[in-house]
Design a protein around this ligand. Structure first.
Ligand code: HXC
Length: 510
């Protein structure tokens, strides 16, 4: 028996070596951790249960039969994050550059199916060279098997991808179908075709970083939801993210202990909105002062900064925040902001996370660039997302809620459950200047009359009270009581039960 046990130990040790010490050293020299090191940092200590450690590829082309390595370029299994089950797979760049063979794909599919069956999140760590070139169509088929399972799991369990090295070709599309993608700065990049192919086809000269580095995908393309300076930081932040997420679309919200009372007023909020309606202020301050312990996990912080999205907690339970940001483009809604917020709202709705919306929006961004870029369709995405969402929806208008943007931003008319306004709210079709110039055009050359009309318009419309008179705003609240009012509303809405009519699926404008 002793020999048998030793043989197992020997085989395990060989599998853990992956592509060998030389390649592990090369990985470290690039500032990257190995697949197993990543899993070890991400999961609770000692909780990793590995599957398929001894799986090898079955290819015999190009002399591949002489190069079988246990594990075949991906480490898979499950473990816990702060005690909650999570399924993982990590591409092992030391084995055939982490490239995907048929057997490698089968390992990934197995954890995908385990995660779906057992209703737990799945997270993939990417560092790979795409399809195993020696396997041809078997590798392509393997990718499609993975994609299919991504789609079936979408909206059922949270799926997260972390790009920690190269991620090209077939490897990009599975992450693209997951809920969130995060990257590591300087060591990771994502593209469908690399710089060499780009040069051949389009004659563009571009580096990997310029084509698909974190600086591109977090700022320009919005493919990635965030980026971190190194592997360790990324992995620890993923543990933090997992703590915010329910394990599935039928699971309760995770409940953490909260150390901060919700009943203490915060008088600094009474001074947050400046007297001058054109002066900006940072809406993040309001979010942080609403969240327990100011703990806010922002999604897409570097893209479409005119809207802020992310997770916080109130009384220990996860809340999704969506907020116009007056500091950037006056908080206007444009195509990018609409797409960003729509996707976030839909994630929250899939996973029963209540949505708190802070509104200070001067309208949609005018101009040919926006119209040619499909503003109508992109704006409609956000409208659609809020309108179909059945989770608790709490909205607070802090200042401007003008025009169509008033409707879109979780208004009462889109089944907002609780719609609050601060006394500083201005709810109208448009600001005073634009309105007066249109409806009193005949007086445009008479400054006195224009001033009088403007005053009249401001007094009548630039307040929360016209909306409150109609019940479109449930209550005008004191800014200093915001956290308490939102906490109470969330408590009241815990058993909310609202269903949309049966349909195969909706047809959101894409
Ligand atoms: C087989 C691969 C491989 C691949 C890398 N390797 N990619 N083996 N198939 N796709 C192997 C290398 O041969 C090498 O083996 C080891 O992995 C490390 O690779 P290096 O090139 O030495 O590393 P580096 O210089 O860091 O470059 C990494 C890389 C590069 C940028 C990822 O390897 C590369 O360009 N690979 C090919 C990428 C690609 O075109 N993939 C196919 C995409 S098409 P040794 O033994 O020397 O260490 C695709 C279609 C799917 O994915 C579509 C589905 C929708």
């Amino acid at each position: 028996m002793k020999e048998v046990l030793l043989e197992l130990e020997r085989r395990r040790a060989a599998a853990r070596e992956g592509g060998g010490q030389r390649r592990i050293d090369a990985q470290h020299a690039k500032g990257k951790l190995t697949a197993r090191e990543r899993i070890e940092i991400f999961l609770d200590e000692g909780s990793f249960e590995e599957f398929d450690m001894f799986v090898e590829h079955r290819s015999t082309d190009f002399g591949m039969e002489k190069t079988r390595i246990s594990g075949d370029g991906v480490v898979t299994g499950w473990g816990t994050v702060n005690g909650r089950t999570v399924f993982v797979f990590a591409k092992d760049f030391t084995v055939f550059g982490g490239s995907l063979s048929e057997a490698h794909a089968e390992k990934v599919v197995k954890v995908q199916e385990m995660a779906l069956k057992n209703r737990a999140p799945i997270i993939g760590f990417y560092d790979a060279g795409g399809a195993r070139i020696q396997e041809g169509v078997a590798a392509l088929g393997g990718y499609a098997e993975i994609f299919q399972r991504n789609v079936l799991a979408s909206g059922v369990i949270p799926q997260i991808s972390v790009i920690m090295g190269p991620c090209a070709g077939g490897d990009v599309y599975s992450p693209a179908m997951t809920d969130f993608i995060f990257m590591v700065r300087d060591t990771s990049y994502m593209f469908v075709t690399g710089p060499d192919v780009v040069k051949t086809v389009t004659n563009e000269t571009v580096t990997a970083e310029e084509l698909g580095g974190a600086s591109v995908h977090t700022v320009k393309s919005s493919i990635a939801d965030g980026a971190y300076d190194n592997d360790v930081e990324a992995l620890l932040q993923m543990r933090r993210l997992i703590d915010f997420l329910p394990t599935s679309n039928t699971a309760d919200l995770p409940e953490l202990e909260s150390f901060q009372s919700v009943s203490d007023p915060d008088y600094s909020l009474d001074r947050l909105v400046p007297d001058n309606a054109n002066k900006p202020y940072d809406i993040r301050e309001l979010i942080l002062k609403t969240c327990d312990e100011a703990d806010f996990f922002e999604i897409q912080a570097s893209f479409a900064k005119n809207i802020v999205t992310g997770f916080g907690r109130v009384e220990g339970r996860t809340v999704g925040f969506v907020a116009n940001q007056p500091m950037v483009l006056a908080g206007v809604l444009d195509s990018d902001a609409s797409r960003k917020a729509a996707r976030f709202v839909r994630f929250c709705d899939c996973f029963n996370i209540p949505i708190v919306t802070y509104v200070d929006v001067p309208g949609f961004l005018p101009g040919t660039a926006q119209e040619y870029g499909g503003l109508i369709k992109h704006g409609a995405k956000l409208l659609f997302a809020y309108a179909e969402a059945t989770v608790p929806k709490i909205t607070l208008i802090t200042r401007k809620a003008f025009g169509g943007a008033y409707d879109v931003m979780a208004s009462k008319h889109l089944r907002g459950d609780i719609n609050y306004a601060w006394p500083s709210a201005q709810i109208a079709v448009m600001g005073a200047k634009g309105a007066v110039e249109i409806i009193f055009r005949k007086d445009i050359d008479d400054p006195e009359k224009i001033a009088a009309h403007t005053k009249m318009y401001e007094d009548r419309f630039l307040s929360p009270f016209v909306a409150a008179e109609r019940g479109y705003v449930d209550e005008v609240i004191m800014p200093h009581s915001t956290r308490m009012r939102i906490a109470r509303a969330l408590r009241m809405l815990r058993n909310k039960d609202l269903k949309n009519p049966w349909k195969k699926h909706d047809n959101i404008p894409l």
